[in-house]
Design a protein around this ligand. Sequence first.
Ligand code: NAD
Length: 390
Amino acid sequence: MVIKPKIRGFICTTAHPLGCAENVKIQVEYAKANPIKGAPKRVLVIGSSTGYGLACRIAAAFCCEADTIGVFFEREASSNRTATAGWYNNREFERLAKDSGRIAESINGDAFADDVKQETIRLIKGKLPGGKVDLIIYSLAAPKRRDPVTGGVYSSVIKPIGDAYKSKTVDFHTGIIHDVTIEPAAQDEIAGTVKVMGGEDWLLWIKAMTSAGVIEQNAVTAAFSYIGPSLTFPVYKNGTIGTAKEDLEEKAKQITSLLSTQGGKAFVAVNKALVTQASSAIPVVPLYISILYKLMKKNGTHEDCIRQMARMFKDRLYAGEIPVDEAGRIRMDDWEMQPALQEEVGRIWGEVTNETVGELTDIDGYRDDFMRLFGFGFPDIDYDADVKII
Ligand code: NAD
């Protein structure tokens, strides 16, 4: 089949198997060139097929030579429909990891479900040396969650709380800047977002794993958050998703006390804004990221997922005492949040128009990154060639 991108708003409904493999290979090459000593050797990544989770798994396997288990929720190909990008990403990751002599086991299923937790525990016991893990990365970004006890289904929404929020955003396909108004969330939408994107499921994973005895002494677990600039506070930090992230921080404390008898610790890492399937769905964010990237690329501080996760492993998680902020969080957004840089972002945000968006922002880079998430736009891939989708 010849595969072309089919864009529907902020998702692409097709994925290119060779392009996705290329995306993984590029990250693996970077990781191999940046080895990390004293790092974990047995790693579980929950949400391991795209974005930050995939980058963590690649950093673990190829910076640290770790054996890994990955959990994700992706669609396989059918006779006339490509698989999702994450499915192809995972296939290539497993191939490269096994070629390098690493154990790499994956579970494609609903991480919120008890049976997937139990299946993961069985894999850890059966496949990993010593039947335990040293590091657990929790990197889910999900639209829905079925509560394993009540069976109720909850949805996450990205909305402000209290008042409607009016701002500008960019359609990154056309480059047209337009106003967007987002109505405030209802109470049940706030609660639903906390259920899906808060820390309850992370805590359930650690409880299940602790009971099963599959967490090594002094193990670390980390989940990801975002804070960002005041520009995006109404829709992010002070909105539904920010409320869920507060819950994540609360649950990190509960997990740390759960693990304390065996010397383990839980951290929330605040990451940089990156183009992923999850972040491109947030209104306002694509314009902010386009401005940010223009400036960070100019001053040499821009990082993609793999660069940032490799730095997190090397300079934070495995650098001796883990450096944290006043609230106990790991800050990987330190370069993004530099005051002079943010001041410049704010200035450009105020003046950018449809006429200047190409020159003042990295809108082309945003679009390229977005297409690459689905395996499109890699120079060495022949996109007119027939490829096997299964
Ligand atoms: P992503 O969409 O690229 O990846 C999400 C992962 O979760 C995928 O592997 C997907 O298969 C998996 N997943 C989703 N639902 C699942 C389910 N029910 N069961 C099993 N797996 C499931 O997302 P991302 O942008 O890498 O985000 C990961 C985390 O990082 C999120 O908590 C997000 O809030 C946070 N974060 C993202 C950014 C950013 O700018 N992208 C910045 C800071 C923090």
